[in-house]
Write a protein that binds this ligand. Structure first.
Ligand code: AHM
Ligand code: MG
Length: 337
């Protein structure tokens, strides 16, 4: 396989395939550089005093970790000055972040969850950064309304996983590619091309401590898997739950599986747990581009028309046939044979 750098990969996508513009190429390079900065900060951990709570809450009412705040600042600072963005929006900030007047403005909108899975930071388990890029509608002020576009309009999405290795997973709407950070070179290098998620799987990911709050279709689906070879599925299933969406999705990208954070009676008032714009849409885009599927139990995630920047949604994604099965349980339009 060609061991080429992210820079070379992007230049080829622009020059030979015409998949991206030079401004979008710059944007992705800048986001990748910011992810390297976040990776370094996370890697220092307790040595740099970056673990623990920041002593503040974010817009979601969740306690912010110091590294949530640091990662958000790294992404904002890196992306402000390049001239490629109209505005940014972050899971950690109530309102969109405008580009300061001293810098030129571009045509793209960048959305990010700066540090996904941050409850895992202090226990040294994988965390990540998720991002999504939209076009700012022409002649429109880049306010909250400009961001409220369905996921099908994403031009690019990706995530970094800060695990034993730091990876960057990227889609430009032309398949999914994985880059590994070469720490000596300080550059991301292509290590997996055109990743495909197997259509079938025997592995599922869900926070089973919420079981008593689930709706009937999810309960039925999980119960059938738990019954294993003695139940209607006639085979045993394995379960994994990292509680970092980036890590759970990356496992699915690597060997198949289904990930669920469904609606339940605890989160029904807020619409679910995961955020549509910062988590569900970019991950759904990546998973679909790798041959998988993503729904909220009723419809394709990428077709949802967002109503609010911080909107939450139920998420079911991964191996196509399993996502179809549990979605059918919700809609009752197909038999569960
Ligand atoms: P975060 O963005 O505040 O870290 O929250 C999102 C995370 C996901 O990464 C993960 O799938 C989920 O929350 C875990 O939730 P729970 O702790 O309820 O299992
Ligand atoms: Mg998150």
């Amino acid at each position: 396989m060609r061991k080429i750098s992210l820079s070379r990969f992007l230049i080829e996508e622009q020059r030979e395939k015409n998949v991206i513009s030079s401004e979008l190429r710059l944007l992705i390079e800048v986001v990748a550089r910011a992810c390297k900065g976040i990776s370094i900060a996370i890697g220092k951990g307790g040595l740099a005093g970056v673990l623990g709570s920041a002593g503040s809450d974010n817009i979601q009412g969740e306690v912010q970790k110091k590294l949530d705040v640091i990662s958000n600042e790294i992404l904002l600072e890196a992306n402000e000055w390049g001239g490629h963005l109209a505005a940014m929006a972050s899971e950690e900030m109530e309102l969109p972040h405008p580009i300061p007047n001293r810098y030129p403005k571009g045509e793209y909108l960048l959305l990010f969850d700066p540090l996904d899975g941050s409850s895992n930071i202090d226990v040294n388990v994988s965390v990540g950064t998720i991002f999504s890029v939209l076009q700012c509608p022409e002649g429109v002020t880049p306010d909250e309304q400009a961001f409220l576009q369905p996921g099908v309009r994403q031009l690019c999405a990706g995530y970094a996983v800060y695990g034993p290795t730091t990876l960057l997973v990227l889609t430009l709407g032309d398949g999914v590619n994985v880059f590994t950070l070469d720490r000596e070179l300080g550059s991301f290098v292509l290590t997996q091309e055109n990743v495909r998620i197997p259509e079938d799987t025997r592995e599922f990911a869900i926070n089973a401590s919420n079981a008593r709050y689930w709706e009937a279709p999810v309960k039925r689906y999980v119960d059938e898997m738990l019954a294993g070879k003695d139940g209607p599925r006639g085979q045993d299933f394995n379960m994994r739950w990292v509680a970092s969406m980036v890590a759970d999705v990356h496992r699915i990208l690597s060997r198949g599986g289904i990930f669920m954070y469904p609606i339940d009676s605890k989160t029904v008032a807020q619409g679910g747990k995961l955020r549509l714009m910062y988590e569900a849409n970019p991950m759904a885009f990546i998973v679909e581009q790798a041959g998988g599927a993503a729904t909220n139990g009723h419809e394709r995630i990428l077709d949802i028309q967002p109503q609010r920047l911080h909107q939450r949604v139920p998420v079911i994604l991964g191996s196509k046939n399993e996502v179809a099965r549990v979605t059918a349980f919700h809609t009752n339009t197909a038999s569960a044979s």
